[in-house]
Design a protein. Structure first.
Length: 379
């Protein structure tokens, strides 16, 4: 099987599963209980959190473990803005966010917040448009680092500097597709709120994290016990947390080495695909000059005359797995917002497949994929 859907999820590392199993065998006690065994579990969670902070170079932050990035994004955005409800406040996001950000903004619009959706006609936001959108009433700017469909990379350093210079707004970023994949051009400490999830970086599913400034006040999404400062109550799964710290520690250190390898695969793939007249590559500009603007881990292509679903199934019959749009949207069959923002073509946004690479892929695998795609195009 050739897996080309690494953006949807990744296979957990063996070391991560081993840690998870060991934790479940030996340290399965409720970390909130009062006996010694529980205190040990609690200390292992604290150690894991410190390890995540050290890995990402963070200081003066709090970490809240969630069920994944969807919950962390909701918690960040709703949690931060809800105290400002009915005050005619303004919030900013982009038209290419993952649904777990975009749909929250649509909800907040209905709740009375003024919302600006920044355009991404070139894949990434336009800084002039952001500057014009910022007002004294802007309380939150949420802009993703790396897009999960078209792979565009937002200029985070410039965004952070601009927002800080021109407003009092807090900055949130969905870092899911950037962490352990792209070398950041910014300091994570400069974000007020950030979302990560572990199943995309060879960790386990069912756990993500929201990391925020220590002094930042949020409303909880759920009410319950005293766990996690009452902001995200419920019994913590120490096994998942410790396994997650392991996954990020291992892969963050390999960001550059993996990037360089995947970039070679990506250039090879783009060069071959650019010759196929039956598809369009969903990127704008001269491909050779786009390093640094697009992630080599994600490539979206649109078929001129083939349905994405037909292509996906044909590839699957040939043992190749690719995505149609976001894995989270596969059932809803919606036109993909990111591809539409870039191409302004409903047809392209509908007939789109996403090829996403991982450092486990090889040139031989890509050759086989290219051969099968050619076969499909010849049909
Ligand atoms: N944000 C981005 C950019 C994503 O790619 C995804 C996963 N498709 C999510 C958020 C949601 O992550 P999770 O599955 O952990 O809820």
């Amino acid at each position: 099987m050739i897996y080309l859907d690494w953006t949807a999820t990744s296979k957990p590392l063996k070391e991560v599963v081993e840690v998870y199993n060991k934790m479940n065998e030996e340290y399965w006690y409720n970390p909130s209980s009062m006996y010694k065994n529980a205190a040990i579990v609690k200390s292992l969670i604290d150690r894991a959190s410190q390890s995540i902070f050290a890995t990402l170079g963070l200081h003066d932050k709090s970490i809240y473990y969630t069920s994944g990035a969807t919950e962390a994004n909701n918690m960040a955005i709703q949690g931060f803005v809800m105290p400002y409800k009915n005050q005619n406040k303004h919030i900013i996001t982009t038209e290419i966010e993952h649904a777990s950000v975009y749909n929250v903004f649509e909800f907040l619009e209905k709740e009375g917040f003024r919302v600006t959706y920044l355009k991404c006609e070139n894949g990434m936001i336009d800084l002039d448009e952001l500057e014009k959108a910022l007002t004294k009433d802007t309380i939150l700017v949420s802009i993703m680092w790396v897009n999960n469909i078209i792979g565009s990379i937002n200029p985070m350093k410039k965004i952070i500097d601009l927002v800080k210079a021109k407003s009092h707004a807090k900055i949130h970023s969905d870092l899911v597709q950037g962490i352990c994949k792209i070398q950041p051009d910014f300091d994570f400490n400069d974000l007020d709120l950030m979302t990560i999830t572990f199943h995309k970086i060879e960790g386990l599913k069912g756990i993500g994290a929201l990391i925020i400034n220590k002094n930042l006040q949020l409303n909880p999404l759920f009410y319950g016990g005293h766990q996690q400062n009452q902001l995200r109550p419920g019994t913590n799964d120490a096994s998942l947390i410790v396994a997650s710290a392991k996954a990020i520690r291992i892969n963050f250190a390999k960001t550059i080495i993996h990037y360089q390898y995947v970039q070679k695969l990506y250039h090879y793939l783009v060069e071959k695909l650019a010759k196929f007249s039956f598809i369009d590559i969903n990127k704008k500009g001269d491909y050779d000059l786009l390093d640094g603007y697009y992630s080599p881990y994600v490539l979206s292509i649109s078929f001129k005359n083939i349905k994405a679903e037909t292509a996906m199934h044909f590839l699957e019959e040939n043992d190749i797995l690719v995505g149609i749009g976001s894995a989270c949207n596969e059932k809803t069959k919606m036109v993909d917002r990111s591809v539409y923002a870039l191409t302004k073509s409903e047809t392209k946004a509908y007939h789109m497949i996403r090829i996403s690479l991982g450092y486990h892929n090889t040139i031989q695998e890509l050759d086989y994929f290219i051969e099968k795609l050619q076969e499909l195009g010849n049909k």
